[in-house]
Design a protein around this ligand. Structure first.
Ligand code: ASP
Length: 411
């Protein structure tokens, strides 16, 4: 049986097991969760997280060096950032439009006593200003993605400029990358078990009452995620890469299912890169540049949750948002998507920033807190799919510029 089929079956079994345990034997669930599901899930998560920092460093260095001269780098960089910003804007517009039509927040919601401890959301300007690390080793130990990316781009650029002089280091980095990719393969064998444990644990500990109360809100988010994937990703794949959207989604499904079970774009990164390179034929140099960047700054799924949540909270608190406020929401949500780290639950923290920008009560977040764990899984899968779609399109666009596809596409 193919690994991707195994993972999908594990996901389905995980949902069923989680539901049955939750509804039938809640007490047995907590014991099982504590001693079996959580440990197995954490083990899997840690195994893939272990590879993230070295993979980002190696692949961005190689990606930058592989693109060669700064002109190519500029072209690929501009297309990538353009695609990210464009699709995120579309995502938030779809989300807000659907929420305005379906009105998930109109009805009886208990707002009395709702509390949400607002955590300090990092200011986006600070994130952008801090992009150059004063200490790259510290950036790596802290896992500061944008800083690691910036440092790696510099190193890759220097390697190109120095050419044969630094061939030894280049070989070393190439081999380092091979080692990491080999380890991804090994760890993926464990993915079905890890995915099962993570999903069963998440579904099993979900309050079912919250799901009932928030059914319409959840449905609107899910519908927006689905529409966005079909329209923005499917559409742009067909239009710009001249490829079938079905081929794209089918090929990328294994990475989506891992994102779904881990709720973390960062943790899924090694697998999303491997999947894009092997199943979608994206050049290593493009995948190695576009996907780590996307996992860090491109979060369409998160923007969708924030768009629906903002309209939902406005409806619950009976606040009318005018056109200026809507535009402010779009702008802040795009910025929030850049500032959101690719780890579980951060989208909700950044939502506070969006709500603040139009003066909506941050306590409203308390209402959606209960169901956010489940939505996080779905939106993370969408987040990384946007990065892969961008990689396929940029890769296609480089066909006429970069000739060496055959050598570069991994075997
Ligand atoms: N979990 C999401 C991700 O890693 C971020 C979020 O929306 O919370 O992409």
């Amino acid at each position: 049986m193919k690994l991707s089929t195994k993972i999908l079956i594990a996901l389905a079994l995980g949902v069923v097991a989680g539901l049955i345990l939750n509804l039938a034997v809640p007490d047995a669930f907590s014991t099982l969760d504590k001693y079996v599901l959580k440990p197995v899930g954490t083990l899997f998560l840690n195994l893939i997280k272990m590879l993230v920092v070295p993979i980002v460093f190696f692949s961005i260095v190689l990606g930058t060096a592989g693109l060669g001269d700064p002109k190519k780098l500029g072209r690929v960089g501009a297309k990538t950032v353009g695609y990210f910003l464009g699709t995120t804007t579309i995502a938030i517009i779809i989300a807000m439009a659907l929420a305005l039509v379906f009105k998930p927040g109109v009805g009886d919601f208990e707002t009395e006593g709702a509390k949400f401890e607002q955590q300090e959301a990092p200011a986006v300007t600070d994130t952008l200003l801090n992009i150059i690390p004063t200490n790259p080793i510290q950036a790596m130990t802290e896992g500061n993605m944008l800083q690691i990316i910036a440092f790696s781009v510099f190193v890759g650029f220097a390697l190109t400029m120095l050419g044969s002089k630094t061939k030894g280091v280049m070989d070393l980095i190439e081999q380092g990358n091979d080692i990491m990719m080999y380890l991804v393969n090994v760890i993926m064998k464990f993915a079905p078990y890890g995915a099962f444990a993570l999903i069963a644990s998440a579904v099993g500990s979900q309050g079912m009452d919250a799901i009932k109360a928030m059914g319409l809100y959840m449905s609107v988010v899910i519908l927006a995620l689905f529409l966005h994937s079909v329209v923005a990703y499917g559409g742009s794949i067909a239009l710009f890469a001249k490829k079938s959207p079905i081929w794209f989604f089918k090929g990328f499904a294994p990475a989506m299912s891992v994102a779904f079970s881990t709720s973390s774009s960062n943790a899924t990164l090694p697998i999303s890169m491997k999947t894009a390179q092997e199943n979608l034929g994206v050049r290593k140099s493009i995948s190695g540049f576009v996907q780590p960047l996307g996992a860090t700054i491109n979060m369409d799924g998160t923007a969708i949750m924030q768009g629906v949540a903002t309209i939902f909270i406005a409806q619950v608190y009976d606040v009318n948002l005018g056109i200026t406020e809507m535009l402010t929401v779009i702008l802040t949500a795009v910025l929030a998507s850049i500032g959101t780290a690719g780890v579980p639950g951060v989208g909700l923290i950044m939502l506070a920033m969006v709500l603040n920008s139009v003066g909506l009560p941050v306590e409203g977040i308390a209402l959606i807190l209960g169901v956010d764990r489940l939505l996080d899984m779905l939106r993370t899968a969408v987040n990384i799919t946007g990065d892969a779609a961008c990689a396929v399109i940029v890769d296609k666009g480089e066909d006429k510029h970069l000739g060496t596809r055959e050598q570069e596409v991994s075997a």
